[in-house]
Design a binder for this molecule. Structure first.
Ligand SMILES: *Cc1c(COP(=O)(O)O)cnc(C)c1O
Length: 441
């Protein structure tokens, strides 16, 4: 059978919007093994039939060796074994690279597997990571507890203090790592400025010693911001959150420049943290194609709920990039926009109950969340985020508990802070449940 030639489809694809591409991706690609299916079947094969030792040998030669050979690029890849690559993940990765505007994407079993893989390919003994002072709890733990065992040290800096950031960089620094918006505090980092600082340092460096910038884009998802447009080198993301969207599967991805593709594949092959094909499938078939419609709706609800909470006198403050009171409002409008350029402040918000003391604030935060856990219909006490169901949690005692309490405050977490991830429920119903919880304060 003659393979469907991608040429005309590919040429046509250039005119369509990225939002449409979230649905179709690069459907016509040599990795597409199912030319009569509208929906790719869930690939469920850990090994692949090789018709001869010659073909098998060729597959091993070509694995993680992406030469600029048009002949190799235009034919179907030689699949060998799931840990090296298989069609569902390939299709998902091609879509994710398009969504983020990167050269390539490589998926992993979880967001943490993706983050550790990025550290793995960029860093070695004696290198230093300069990281923003506040990160997702497990990333914080990875950097603080595990990297030093490989003699990779971490310097914590406030990335909103650009002078401090610039001064923290030494020749041993190879990675600037941060989240924006920061989990859970909802601060933003000026990515263009971080890029500028890294490029200034790279002017005087040999290519082998480059300083790379990496941002965790889990909170915003590529629908709300594409960090590569600001010059960021690597984007990491948990697929478990907004990209999956329905809370059924875990996954992670590194999106990066073309040269990193083979290294990431090789790392994944040897360290083994592959995304299961059965988990790639729902993200490819349901998650990405519904991302725009889910997020547009959930953002609208987040805006209404943020304004509602801000009006309540029992709340000390609400942080949501869509609020007029948001401190980094100008920066939010510069970085956070959807594929049409419309302001896209995301689906996450953070708020703190009013209290006279730190202890009282913590008590109030816990009481609020516990009341919601017992009595609310629309909100569920659970970690994770970006889901179609509204989720609430208390970072100080849950997602960020790996950071000692006294350090939490210094790094910007309020003891009574509450993180809310807005879902698809009616805003009125969410506010009804919030009102009842507010009455407990
Ligand atoms: C959840 C999360 C991760 C980790 O992703 P997993 O898929 O749970 O491993 C990393 N960064 C941020 C910001 C997250 O919220």
């Amino acid at each position: 059978m003659k393979k469907r030639q991608p040429k005309t489809k590919k040429a046509a694809a250039a005119r369509y919007s990225p939002e449409t591409k979230l649905i179709w991706g690069k459907t016509f690609t040599p990795a597409w093994d199912y030319s009569h299916h509208v929906i790719p079947p869930m690939s469920s094969s850990s090994m692949f039939r090789l018709s001869s030792t010659k073909r098998g040998a060729q597959g091993f030669v070509e694995f993680a060796h992406h030469v600029d050979n048009e002949e190799i690029k235009s034919r179907a890849p030689i699949y060998i074994y799931d840990r090296l690559g298989e069609p569902n993940k390939d299709l998902l990765e091609q879509n994710l690279a398009v969504a983020e505007g990167g050269d390539c994407a490589v998926t992993f079993a979880t967001g943490m597997a993706a983050i550790s893989a990025l550290c793995g390919i960029l860093l070695g003994t004696g290198n230093v990571i300069v990281a923003h002072k506040m990160l997702y709890g497990c990333t914080f733990s990875l950097l603080k507890n595990w990297m030093p065992r490989y003699k990779i040290n971490v310097k914590w800096v406030d990335f909103n203090d650009l002078d401090a950031l610039n001064q923290a960089i030494t020749p041993a620094t190879r990675m600037l790592y941060f989240e924006s918006p920061v989990n859970p505090t909802m601060e933003l980092i000026d990515m263009q400025q971080v890029t500028r600082i890294a490029r200034n340092h790279n002017k005087h460096r040999h290519r082998d010693h480059y300083l790379y910038t990496a941002v965790d884009n889990t909170f915003a998802t590529p629908f709300c911001q594409r960090p590569m447009e600001s010059g960021i080198d690597f984007v990491v993301e948990s697929l478990t959150k907004g990209l999956c969207g329905f809370g059924t599967d875990m996954g992670g991805v590194v999106v990066g420049p073309g040269w990193s593709y083979d290294r990431l594949l090789m790392y994944r092959k040897d360290f083994g943290g592959v995304l299961a094909a059965k988990s790639a499938w729902p993200i490819l078939v349901y998650g990405l194609p519904s991302l725009a419609v889910r997020f547009r709706q959930q953002m609208q609800t987040a805006q209404i709920v943020a304004e509602f909470l801000e009006r309540d006198r029992r709340i000390s403050f609400v942080r949501y990039p869509g609020l007029d009171s948001y401190k980094q409002r100008t920066l939010a409008h510069t970085i956070m926009h959807d594929y049409d350029g419309k302001f896209a402040p995301g689906t996450m918000l953070y708020f703190v109950p009013k209290a006279r003391t730190i202890a009282e604030q913590r008590r109030k935060g816990e009481r609020f969340v516990n009341f919601v856990a017992k009595n609310s219909y629309t909100m569920t006490l659970a970690v994770s985020l970006g889901n179609i169901r509204t989720l609430i949690e208390h970072p100080a005692s849950m997602t960020h508990s790996s950071i000692p309490p006294e350090e939490q405050i210094a790094r910007g977490i309020d003891p009574g802070g509450i993180r809310l991830s807005l879902g698809l429920e009616k805003p009125d119903d969410i506010m009804h449940d919030l009102k009842r919880a507010l009455n407990q304060l």
